[in-house]
Design a protein around this ligand. Structure first.
Ligand code: XMP
Length: 508
């Protein structure tokens, strides 16, 4: 295992992902959080930071103590802090260095093994190391800075390295190779962190944690809950009780199809048809937040009622993933902001259940790989994200059963079309929005006065920012035709070309 000490850089998660991609397990912790030098710990990486090492409140750690025990690699701020802590000098540069630079090797070292001289590296710093401490050696420079990479070579401590650039970002073309050199050749990591090894270890751990108790879990049809449930099911079989609620605002045929997939995977899941309850409580609700609240509250009611029918339940399973739980260091000071995340808000407190979260340390792409390893069908693994309140926030204004039926038809044509044309996986999320607007059309000799749907498709990495997907005109034309010709009640189709920000992905 590798520990990444976070000083608040926006790239810290990318370091973790790059380490995981090298099949080495790692965890991010805030720099000020104590840790132990347990036997499996092989090395430490110090992240970048929005701070300058010369600021009075600059965060610091005891690098000399670390390096007595383990190899250490400082990245950007981490490198500057290392240089400063050992008596070197870091100054504000006249020229800030951002973006592309070329690394010129000055010395051979295992860290830069197989790295091309002149390799492109990505910089993002305004301070520079101007003098290295005694006993440190320059490994590489760039056109504008004297110290792009350094090492401290002594026999009495473990190896200590610093990189002024960011090896973890995509634009450092050989950055991942440099990280791999550090992990494998310097720290001695075995690269055995694979989906298969994760499955084996996790199933064994779950067996231990759960014993002969029962686990209940709400399933949504989404990737995270499905993969988490499958892992738990591998450990305890039918003592996992999954509950999948039809809230009336799922996609067309989704309830039946998802239940069928669960059965094929071998999950013990109960499907609860609560459509009418949701429709009756959604009646007259037009405000988006009010609709969300109704759906959230009813969901908990239904789930709780079903859960009470199962005896011996001690645990609540959840599909929480790593980005939801990383404690990141706030940019505004060394205090920490902890993001907490409950897929089923409010439940654990009232039901006195312990949490089982087998995906707590995985990134999304790793969850997908584990899912495939578990034999979950690829079309389940590659599903777009779908909001908890479902089509209710894609029907602007009041939600009725009739409007849901209308939107479901249009939505199905659109999503199936994306799949048929090979566009589904190139889009991060797609959906159809029913606008509360009727307009005039003409069909044959008849005048129509019907609803409009908007098609939405975005590209994104995490849903925080998004661009509208530049879908081919021919495809949009086909979908528009198909919807208007087949869905009675819709006579106009428009395409949403707003990015986020300033718009959002959903319309409500
Ligand atoms: P926005 O519309 O905020 O959406 O750009 C970003 C992502 O979040 C999803 N979303 C939700 N998911 N409950 C959810 O579980 C919600 O109330 C909710 N609102 C938006 C949205 O689908 C997109 O993936």
């Amino acid at each position: 295992k590798i520990l990444i000490l976070d000083f608040g850089s926006q790239y810290t998660q990318l370091i973790a992902r790059a380490v995981r991609e090298a099949n080495v397990y790692c965890e991010i912790i805030p720099y000020h959080k104590p840790f132990t030098f347990e036997p499996g710990l092989k090395g430490i990486i110090l992240s970048g930071s929005p701070f300058s090492v010369n600021e009075e409140k600059a965060p610091t750690v005891d690098i000399p103590a670390f390096v007595q025990q383990l190899p250490v690699l400082g990245v950007c701020y981490g490198a500057q802090l290392t240089a400063k802590e050992f008596g070197g000098r870091v100054d504000k540069s006249n020229k800030r260095e951002y973006g592309r630079a070329r690394m010129q090797k000055q010395k051979e070292d295992v860290l830069l093994n197989n790295i091309t001289d002149g390799s492109q590296v990505w910089m993002s710093h305004s301070d520079s190391i101007v003098a290295l401490p005694d006993g440190f050696e320059i490994l590489a420079t760039t056109e504008s800075i004297p110290v792009a990479a350094f090492r401290k070579m002594t026999t009495d401590t473990c190896p200590l390295y610093g990189l002024q650039f960011h090896p973890e970002v995509y634009h450092s073309t050989e950055g991942k190779k440099i990280l791999k050199n550090f992990l494998v050749d310097i720290c001695g990591c075995s690269q055995s962190w694979t989906p298969a090894s994760f499955v084996n270890e996790t199933v064994a751990q779950l067996k231990q944690q759960i014993g002969d108790a029962h686990v209940i879990m709400a399933l949504s049809g989404g990737v995270d809950s499905t993969v988490a449930a499958t892992l738990i099911s591998r450990a305890i079989g039918d003592r996992l009780h999954g509950i999948f609620v039809d809230n009336g605002v799922l996609r067309k045929d989704e309830f039946e199809q998802v239940l069928e997939t669960y059965r094929n995977i071998g999950l013990n899941v109960e499907g609860i048809d609560a459509k009418q309850l949701f429709y009756s409580e959604l009646k007259d609700k037009t405000d988006p937040e009010a609709k969300r609240k109704v759906i959230g509250r009813l969901f908990i009611d239904v789930f709780q009622e079903e859960a009470q029918k199962v005896s011996g339940v001690k645990f609540l399973g959840q599909g929480t993933i790593y980005p939801d739980v990383i404690e990141s260091v706030s940019v505004h000071g060394p205090s920490q902001t902890i993001k907490s995340h409950h897929n089923v808000g409010g439940l654990p407190d009232t039901m006195h259940l312990e949490l089982v979260e087998p995906l707590r340390y995985l990134f999304k792409d790793e969850v997908r790989k584990v899912g495939l390893e578990l034999g979950i069908p690829a079309d389940m693994i590659n599903r777009h994200p779908f909001p908890g309140p479902g089509l209710a926030i894609r029907i602007l204004g009041e939600v009725t059963e009739e409007k849901v039926a209308l939107l479901q038809q249009a939505d199905q044509i659109y999503i199936e079309g994306l799949k048929k044309h090979g566009l589904y996986t190139s889009v991060w999320q797609a959906g159809t929005i029913l606008l509360p607007v009727k307009s005039v059309g003409v069909m044959g000799d008849e005048r129509t006065y019907e609803f409009t749907v908007a098609l939405r498709a975005v590209t994104s990495v995490d849903g925080m920012t998004a661009d509208w997907a530049h879908l081919p005109y021919e495809f949009l034309a086909d979908i528009s035709n198909e919807i208007i010709n087949n869905v009675r009640g819709i006579n106009r189709v428009v395409y949403d070309i707003s990015s986020k920000p300033p718009a959002t992905i959903e319309w409500e």
